[in-house]
Every structure is written in C-alpha cells, then in structure tokens.
Ligand binder design. Structure first.
Ligand code: CU
Length: 757
C-alpha cells in the first residue's frame, strides 16, 4: 500500500488518465501512506505496467518508453538503443539500473546502452528520478536515475495449488516494416516460481516524412538534407530470460539468467554498425523482511561480446556523381552488392565483464522515519581491439583499450524523517571509491612513422602510469512541505560526482581514423581520451511545486525549475596540435571545464469532461526548457533539447482508450560550436493511438507522425549512415546528405495485440 503514493506523484504529470481509471488511490490511503513515513521525492515518476502496455506496440526501444516524462529527451542512436537525457545530462551521467544491475555500454560508440539490454515487452515498471535522485539510487552519476524492472516473480495464491499462466503478443509497424513478437510463461506453486520471457523484433530502414520536405539546412558546407530512406536504421534483436524464484513468509530468493542477442543494429550517426552483440546476464537477488525492516542483497555478472563493422548501407557507396544510384566503392570504382567487395570492412571487437554485489537495508525508526544504508561493489573489465583488415589497418591488431579496469566501491546512508505532518526531509550521504587502470596499447602498425602516429602515440601512452583512484562524495537533501491537500513544495540540494569512463580516460590514438571510432555522442567528430581527467562534480538546486485538487482526480499542475553547476564537466576541445575547421568534422579531446545547466519543466492535466456519454476526456501536457552552457569557453553544451511541448487529449470510454497527441519542438539554435553541432528546424507532429482492452486480450493500433512531416531529430546527431566512413571528412558530393542532421521517421501505422492465457 505504501508504494501507492509513488504512482500518484508520477502520474500527476505523466499519465493522469490512469489516475482517473481503476487505480485511483483513495485519500485514506494517502493518509495511511504518510503515516508510514515513506515519501518518494516529487521528482520521481513511475510508469507502471498498465501505462507501459499501450506503448509497447509502437516502439522496440526501451528508452522510448520514458519519452513523455517531463525533462526527459532522447539522444538518437540505433533503433533499439537511444540514450535518455534528463535535464541535459545523458548516458554515463545518469545512473541506469536494469533489474538492479548497473549496465555499462561496452562499445566505443555506446551502442549497447544500458536500456538496450531489456526489451520493452519485458519491462513492467520504470522509475525515473527526473531531478535530484536520493543517494540510495544514485552513485557515480551527476544527473537523474532510471530504474527499469521486469516482472516480479509470481506465486500461486494460498490454497490455489498451482499457478499456470502466460501471455503472447505481436506487433507490426508500417514504417520500416518492423515486426516482433513476445511470449511469457509462468509455472508456480506457493513457494516456487519458474518464469520464461522471450521477445524478438526486427526492422528495415525507416522512411523519413514527405511533407514539407524542402528542409532548409545551413550546416556543413556542400551538403543538403533530403532523404527518403534513412540509411543504417535497421535492426534485429532478441531477448530471453529464465527466472527461478523461491519464497516463504519473510524471504524471497530470485535467480535470473538472461541472454540478449542482437544479430545486427545499424547506426545512422556512427561510422560503424553493430554486427553482433551477445550478452549473458546472471542475477541473484534476495529480499528479506526483518524485525528492523527490509534487507536486500544482489549479486550479478554480465558478459557482453560486441562486434562492429560496416553494415550494408556503409559498405556500398551510392555516388551522386554517377546519378545517385550507381553503387561505387569508397575508392570510386564500381562495387558489387552480391560479392560485397566494395569496402573491405573494419572489424572492431569489445568484451565487457561486469560483476556487482549490492547489499542494502531499510530500517524502520520511530515515528515512521526510515533509515536506508547500503554498500555496492562493481568490478568492470573491458577489452576493445580491432583486428587487421587491410588498407592502412594492418598488419597487427589495434588495441584501443587493453585490459581496462573500472571498479567502484560505494557506501551510503539515507535518513527519511518527518518533522511534523507537513514537513518531511530526506538526507543522504554517499562515498564512492573508483579505481581505474588499463594495460599497454599498440596500433595496427608498430613501425615508427606508421600512419596516424600510431606508434608515437602508443609509446607516449604506455610510458605513463594509468592507475587512477577517485574518492567521490555525494550529498543529497530533499525537504518537502505539504501545507494542505492541494499543494506540495519540495526543495532539493545535491552534490553528485561521476568519475570519467574508461573511454574518456584511456583512448589514446590521435589518428583521425581511430578518433572517429571513439565517439558516443553521434556528432561525427573524433575523440581522444585524456589521462588527466578529474571526476565531474555537480551541485544542483531544484524546486518542485505541485498543485492539485484534493482528490487528485480533476486537475494537477507541476512546476519544476532547476539549476546545476558542474565543476570539471567533461566537455571537448580541439585536439591540441591540430586545427579545427568550421563546417567539418574535427578531432577533439575530452577536457574538464566548468558548465552550468538550468531550466524548468511545467506539466499538468485536467479532466475536461468526466462520465459523459462518450466516457472521460482528459487533457495533459508538458513543456520543458533546458539550457546548457560551458562557462570556460562560453560555448553551448552539446545535444541540449530545444524548448519542447507535448499535449494530449485522451478519451477513456468503456474498454477503449483513445488519444490524440501532439509534439511541438522549437528550432535548435543553441549549438556547440566546438563540435560543429548543427541547427535543426522546429516541427510539430501529431500521433493517434487507440487501445481496446479486455480481461484476456488487448489490441493497440495507431499512426505516428500522422501528416508524414519531414523533420530532423534535434538530438539525432550527424548523418553518417551511407558510404564507408573511415575518413573523418569524406569528399563532398559522393553522398550529399553525409554529415547533415538525421531525419526522424515519417508516418507509421502500427498495430499490436496481446493475449493472456
Ligand atoms: Cu559498437
């Protein structure tokens, strides 16, 4: 019962309709919850299974499930791997846990991002701390936290004997001919539960929109953005998991083995495509109800084997010089799509081993206060090597990261207290030791004078000590004031720290060919690591005001401004010793600078007409503004979502739930000049969705981008999807769209169904 306040808080802005639906928490329950003392922060948004269900037919990208949460935007990447950003902080700057595991992208392009390790059909709960996250769910991050979980093990009810149940679903989406299916089955007694889930999805390249297609683009010289088919957006993925659980009155033990296989996933904003990704996940968890409260422990091990090379779209170069549709090789000679002799390819491998141990206790104190204490240990190993493949890339293996190590040991304590019925406080302290190291490296060619200074760079890197230890202190305080039933205010203060990643610290080659392969923001530039990097430290001040009707049924408005100052923010500068040119891709180096981010989210919902002859009508919306500045250079931070708004009108009528959604995004004009980030034009999209739900089955259908609007993704990066892309700046004219912003998907009809048995 006590957790019912969380959805209430989150739903206020995200899915107010479900508040109106079956899960309306009664006022009595709220009072009960308050007495029990557990008070989730106002920055916490919870999306539960019934809100996730209608979204699953429309996307195979788990991060996309979070898109309607105020303050969340998405960096474009592969079709199932977009990277969530919260208030302008993304990727490694967020703490992202999937089934309690801290995933780390084992790829120099962060292709296998944390949320790509779980299929949307398996996700039954998503929690997003879109603001200050308590230290118990943070650590080694300076932004918010995302906690995604698959279904809890189900057991037979007392006296029921055996529980046998399952469900199956399938979907189709017209744009890109995307399709997929999923099944789940549970066999359980009162004490033991066995569960299997499997899901697969595949898609071809998607088509950009066709309306307003003359896209006025003033970015990289010589290129125009006018694409029908968006190259390198196809994918194929499968996820399977087997879960065995045991419980008695007070204890529960759960073991899960999961295997993900992505045979391929292409990237429109990277020079490489994922050509294989296999991840094995072992996850053992214990939860015990104790005299003092709750004890939780988890041990996990995850092994990722990742391969990259050029996918089909990058292997064949369609030369504009020869009419735009004659395949010619990267060398200008004709190539054969059958023999695939066009580009030699350039295999790159990574192997990541991720082990973790977490123990935490929640202790009930007097007057409903709670004390949470815990420890977390994570040991991460990474190898990243590129076998010889001809051209300049031989005769030996290029070691990008050799025996990389990144170990975290964290301890935290968090005290949730109630001064009086109106005032509560959450205070947490966390210390984290991050140990990093890496071995000696080499280039393809160890000859002195080899292409791209490979040997000179390797010698210089190998001569230095690589071991680094950071001691990071985090502090978070949230104070809440609830004067009466219609308003709540929360102020937050935090200091959060993140140590650099292995790629930020240890990538060493200044050769532009190698540097462009080390890029996890999809901006087309090349990146070189920096051994001198210090951890990023963020100081955040945030405020949330939440007004609603006393029953939280009719209306709600939430305003959440924030300000974050980041010391030693890891930004980029022009690689020392090189000259960076406007309108071209450049080699950059990571560097500590100071930054600030600020903005506000305004969201709300209103029941327009309840219990009419056509059901309940609700309007909900949110507007988000974020600004990111580098205070040292005066530059803008990269990939900050421009002012954007969402507005949705939803009808809930019997078994139907229908909605008309609009998405309005302003022109992106605050761009990072060091990265030659490109402006994107403003746009508006309309989506229509319908869901019919019965007890045993549900059907979803709809159309996204109804008017087939052509637009560029504001956070989609630079289009490098066609042609071989090893040169940092391939000749203009071979492919005119190269280096322009990546277009978003055009109109897509979708339909899906789910059956329970
Ligand atoms: Cu990769």
């Amino acid at each position: 019962m006590k957790s019912r306040l969380k959805p209430l808080v989150g739903l206020l802005a995200v899915y107010p309709l479900s508040v109106i639906g079956a899960n309306v928490p009664l006022l009595e329950e709220i009072v009960v919850t308050a007495q029990r003392g557990k008070q989730p922060p106002l920055s916490l948004f919870v999306i539960k299974d019934n809100e996730l269900a209608p979204m699953r037919s429309a996307t195979s990208d788990t991060a996309n499930l979070l898109r309607d949460i105020p303050g969340v935007s998405l960096y474009g990447a592969g079709g199932v791997s977009s990277l969530p950003s919260i208030h302008g902080l993304a990727d490694d700057r967020l703490r992202i846990k999937v089934d309690g595991m801290d995933f780390i992208a084992a790829c120099p392009n962060h292709m296998n991002s944390a949320l790509s390790y779980v299929d949307p059909t398996a996700v039954t709960s998503a929690k997003v701390y879109a603001g200050i996250s308590p230290v118990s769910v943070g650590g080694d991050s300076i932004g918010g936290s995302i906690i995604v979980d698959s279904a809890e093990s189900e057991f037979a009810k007392p006296g029921q004997g055996k529980l046998v149940k399952g469900e199956a679903g399938a979907f189709y989406r017209s744009n890109g001919d995307a399709m997929g299916a999923n099944i789940a089955a549970t066999l359980a007694t009162e004490q033991v539960s066995l569960n299997y889930t499997g899901a697969m999805a595949q898609a071809d390249n998607y088509m950009a929109g066709d309306t307003f297609k003359t896209y006025s683009f003033t970015g990289r010289a010589g290129h125009t953005l006018d694409l029908d088919e968006v190259g390198s957006t196809a994918y194929e993925t499968s996820n399977q998991a087997l879960k065995l659980a045991w419980k008695n009155d007070a204890n529960r033990v759960e073991f899960k083995y999961g295997r993900q296989h992505i045979p391929f996933e292409n990237y429109p904003n990277q020079r490489m495509d994922m050509t294989d990704n296999v991840s094995d996940q072992f996850n053992l968890a214990y939860t015990g109800k104790m005299e003092f409260g709750t004890l939780k422990a988890r041990a996990y091990y995850e092994h990722t084997q990742h391969e990259m090379d050029f996918g089909d779209d990058k292997r064949f170069w369609y030369g504009a010089a020869s009419g735009g549709n004659n395949p010619v090789g990267g060398n200008g000679l004709p190539c054969s799509p059958v023999s695939m002799t066009c580009a030699t390819g350039m295999p790159m491998y990574t192997d990541g081993k991720n082990s973790g141990l977490n123990v935490s206790a929640e202790i009930h104190l007097a007057q409903g206060d709670q004390l949470r204490i815990g420890g977390e240990y994570q040991a991460y190993r990474l190898d990243d090597w590129w076998p010889p493949s001809g051209g300049g890339m031989w005769p030996g293996t290029f070691w990008n990261i050799n025996n990389g190590e990144r170990d975290r040991l964290a301890l935290f304590g968090e005290w949730e207290s109630r001064l009086n019925p109106q005032v509560t406080s959450l205070l947490g302290l966390r210390h984290e030791t991050v140990d990093m190291d890496t071995g000696a490296v080499r280039g393809y060619n160890t000859a002195v004078g080899a292409m791209g200074n490979q040997q000179i760079d390797a010698d210089a890197f190998n001569a230095l000590d690589h071991a680094k230890t950071d001691h990071n202190w985090d502090l978070a305080w949230l104070g809440r004031f609830t004067p009466d039933a219609i308003q709540t205010y929360e102020v937050g203060l935090a200091r959060k720290t993140r140590s650099p990643s292995l790629y930020e610290r240890y990538t060493w080659s200044t050769w532009t060919m190698a540097a462009v392969m080390n890029n996890f923001v999809g901006d087309g530039n090349g990146y070189v690591g920096n051994l001198d990097l210090k951890p990023e430290t963020a100081h955040t001040l945030s405020f949330v005001a939440d007004w609603h009707d006393a029953g939280k049924k009719q209306w709600g408005i939430r305003l959440a401004p924030y300000y974050t100052k980041v010391d030693d923010y890891i930004d980029a500068r022009c690689l020392p010793g090189t000259i960076c040119t406007t309108n071209k891709f450049n080699a950059l180096q990571y560097v500590n600078q100071s930054a600030r981010l600020y903005g506000a989210d305004l969201s709300g919902h209103l029941l327009l007409a309840g219990a009419t002859g056509y059901g309940d009508f609700t309007v909900k919306g949110n507007i988000s503004y974020t600004r990111g500045e580098n205070r040292d250079s005066g530059d803008n931070l990269y990939n900050i979502m421009p002012l954007n708004a969402k507005l949705a009108l939803t009808q809930e009528f019997g078994h139907w739930r229908n909605s008309l959604e609009s998405e309005i995004v302003a022109r992106k004009k605050d761009i990072s000049s060091v990265r030659n980030e490109m402006e994107t034009a403003g746009y508006g999209l309309i989506h229509l969705r319908a869901r019919y739900q019965q007890k045993r089955y549900s059907i979803d259908f709809g159309v996204e981008n109804l008017f087939d609007r052509y637009y560029a993704l504001p956070l989609g990066g630079a289009y490098t999807a066609q042609g071989t892309t090893m040169s940092i700046n391939p000749p203009v004219g071979n492919f005119p769209q190269w280096g322009t912003p990546v277009p978003g998907p055009g109109r897509s009809f979708y339909a899906g169904m789910n059956v329970k048995f």
